[in-house]
Write a protein that binds this ligand. Structure first.
Ligand code: NAG
Ligand code: NAG
Length: 694
């Protein structure tokens, strides 16, 4: 949810943000069709309430004992402290599950793509996908790769991504996804740390990005699309050979190496996530981890689970476990996955062509849909009235457990929203960031399909908890899924106590990762000696046994008089000042007060200086005591309004003219403060402030 990994995804989604307006079509988002036709339809259709699979007022099961552990009700043996690892004992790896899907679908359509917008989707069938994957894997063995080898992949979602994944599994190799939002330094770091020799790259541009900082371990790039001769030469100069994907496939076909299928306990992937501090961490996941996650979500979806006749749209990055698990769930049941053309602007067009029935989504996308409808509604009185009627009618059906898209109001008002996602959607899984309650309820009403919200982390493969069909109440993330149990652990410094049903979310189960790659110290910081993974998220149990995420365990320190300081909380208050562009609050246990580094807002401060006839650049103004007093007084005023305690107010500030940025290493790629780096960077100024205060 608010995990590191989530931030990567949020960033991706932010990048596509500007295009999400296109969803729902460039014209109006609401339909206003013939009332007569719609009412005739209404009379012909009768709603049927869904029967929830668990009692909605007791959605999880509390285990006896002082730790107040809760488990899923979707698996009988949960009560004995057991976790789901698989549904079918013969399907325990992602190698097995793909083959099961192939059988299930009877060689149905598997991977879909379109060459250009306006063209229909083309499909690779299961048997052909299996053959090509195996050929590629066999080709990789020809490049010296074998069981346990780490294979990099740096590409947008496409059929070749999945062929690479499955090809690697045929020979027990391990996939390491690279992605743009990591940044080139992090990609180079990963290749080096994981000692990766072969990376499958999408195209010339991505090949060049890797070549810019190619670590010595890198030997070969296998490019899905054609690369330029200049690139190949550039690679050769660095001792890297560029091969073509199809050539590796044909070499593999000729070689025909015997398969070496993986065991459930073998790694299937090392999934790197970038944190707020330091280098990215490689989350090691086994086949069992992913199969357990997928199976427990399938169990919980009950009758709504995907089947071989379902079609999923793939556009969230496959480098993220949410998408990876969803796709592997589809392959397990023999469903089809169609890839977007790679340009998020054309996603609506892709959806119209693909007409997906299943869609993984992120809150931002739903927010966009919601905003669009709201802005349209606000522009017209009649639309507003009709919308409100439609919404309340559908909401009251929702409360009775009725999910449908064929009511009078769907035809009249929500048809366009539904057509905007292809007009055939029946299941949407939302995850990766907090989702506002009103937006979720809106989505459930407007889309008229099952919308479930999950909470997860890469360290738990993806799912930790998931809402149950039939529960229409938003703003919680459901009960634990059947592959894990959850307990809440006291966070005294933030006044969260397990006895009050609040605390840090800790997870144990078959979905919990094996540790961070080559970073035992970091692993020990998050998985304790009893096997509990500490997520860093703060949750609370609702009376009906569902989890609600309420906070994030923050960076915290104690002052010498014993008071706790949560710097982020204080920063979030000071940032309200118009003069403050960025602020970093700092202190330590040897001191009795806190101080801050402030980057002033250029425009506002310069404007003020002009009015007051104070000359100078921002650097000069930063050294002006009047300017400093102005800004500090304003900050303290905001602090007072927000009832900060006196020890929570800064006693001095240092004004710095240059913003903290990703480039100067003071912010993460997701624009969060890198606290240790900031502290080191401003050490002289901080010491100076403290020297003057004592
Ligand atoms: C309505 O829902 C049904 C069943 O979930 C689905 O088959 C159908 O395609 C949906 N229609 C639209 C317009 O979304
Ligand atoms: C679950 O509990 C909350 C808080 O008591 C309540 O608001 C909500 O309606 C309950 N949900 C269901 C589905 O009963």
């Amino acid at each position: 949810m608010v995990s590191n990994d989530t931030m990567n995804l949020s960033r991706f989604v932010e990048e596509m943000d500007q295009y999400l307006d296109y969803i729902g079509g460039p014209a109006g988002a609401l339909a206003l069709t013939g009332v007569a036709a719609a009412s005739a339809f209404y009379l012909a259709s009768r709603p049927t309430p869904q029967r929830p699979l668990v009692a909605l007022d007791r959605q999880s099961f509390p285990l006896p004992g002082p730790e107040l552990v809760r488990v899923s009700k979707f698996y009988k043996e949960s009560k004995e402290g057991k976790f789901v690892s698989f549904i079918d004992k013969d399907v325990r790896t992602l190698y097995d599950s793909f083959r099961q899907g192939a059988k299930e679908s009877n060689n149905g359509p598997c991977l879909g793509w379109r060459d250009a917008p306006g063209r229909p989707y083309q499909w690779l069938r299961y048997d052909e996908a299996l053959l090509r994957a195996r050929n590629l894997g066999s080709g990789l063995t020809g490049l010296g790769m074998g069981p346990g080898a780490l294979i990099g992949i740096y590409s947008q979602n496409c059929p070749e991504w999945v062929l690479t994944e499955q090809g690697a599994y045929c020979y027990s190799m391990v996939l390491v996804p690279l992605y743009d939002t990591l940044g080139p330094d992090a990609c180079a770091y990963i290749i080096k740390q994981a000692d990766i020799q072969v990376v499958i790259v999408e195209d010339d541009a991505k090949a060049n990005l890797l070549l810019d900082r190619a670590p010595r371990s890198l030997r070969r790039l296998v490019s899905i699309k054609e690369t330029r001769p200049a690139t190949n030469q550039r690679a050769r100069n660095r001792g890297v050979e560029v091969l073509r994907f199809e050539d590796v496939e044909s070499a593999g076909a000729a070689r025909n190496a015997p398969e070496v299928p993986p065991q459930a306990s073998d790694l299937c992937t090392v999934c790197y996530t970038s944190g707020t501090t330091g280098n990215p961490k490689g989350v090691m996941l086994t086949h069992e981890n992913v199969i357990a996650s997928v199976c427990s979500v399938l169990l919980q979806l009950g009758d709504h689970k995907p089947t071989r006749s379902d079609v999923m749209i793939s556009f969230l990055p496959l480098a993220h476990m949410l998408e990876r698990c969803c796709e592997n769930g589809m392959y397990m049941v023999g469903g089809s996955v169609g890839f977007f053309t790679g340009d998020i602007k054309r996603l609506p067009d892709d959806m119209k062509a693909l007409r997906p029935t299943v869609m993984p989504a992120v809150p931002r996308l739903l927010n966009r849909m919601y905003d669009k409808v709201m802005s349209e509604v606000s522009g017209s009185f009649i639309k507003r009235v009709l919308y409100n009627m439609a919404y309340s009618a559908k909401e009251s059906e929702l409360k009775r457990g009725i999910i449908r898209n064929n009511s009078f109001w769907d035809k009249l008002i929500f048809r366009k929203v539904q057509e905007g996602v292809g007009g055939r959607l029946r299941l949407m899984l939302v995850g990766s960031a907090p989702l506002a309650g009103n937006v979720l309820t809106f989505a459930r009403c407007a889309l008229g399909c099952l919308v479930v919200e999950g909470y997860g982390q890469t360290e738990c493969c993806a799912p930790i908890s998931l809402t149950v069909q039939g529960d229409h109440v938003p703003e919680h993330v459901g009960p634990p899924v059947a592959c894990c149990c959850i307990k809440l652990v006291d966070v005294p410094e933030m006044e969260y106590y397990a006895i009050n049903n609040q605390g840090e979310v800790c997870v144990k189960g078959t979905n919990v990762f094996q540790g961070y790659y080559k970073a035992d110290d970091k692993t020990k910081e998050t998985i304790d000696s009893d096997g509990w993974h500490h997520t860093g998220d703060v949750g609370m149990w609702l009376p009906n046994g569902t989890l609600k995420i309420i906070d994030r365990k923050k960076h915290i320190f104690k002052l010498s008089q014993g008071e706790y300081i949560v710097p982020e909380k204080i920063e979030n208050i000071y940032i309200r000042s118009q003069y403050v562009q960025q602020v970093f609050v700092v202190g330590e246990s040897l001191k009795s007060c806190i101080v801050a580094v402030v980057v002033p807002d250029v425009e506002v401060v310069k404007g003020w200086a002009q009015e007051n006839h104070i000359p100078g650049t921002l650097s000069v103004l930063c050294n002006n005591p009047e300017v400093k007093k102005l800004i500090m007084d304003d900050m303290l005023g905001w602090g007072k309004d927000a009832s900060l305690k006196s020890f929570e107010q800064v006693k001095d500030i240092y004004l710095h003219p240059d913003p903290f940025s990703v480039q100067n290493g003071l912010l993460t790629p997701t624009l969060k403060s890198k606290r240790p780096q900031l502290k080191a960077y401003f050490k002289p100024q901080i010491e100076d402030m403290y020297a003057k205060l004592t």
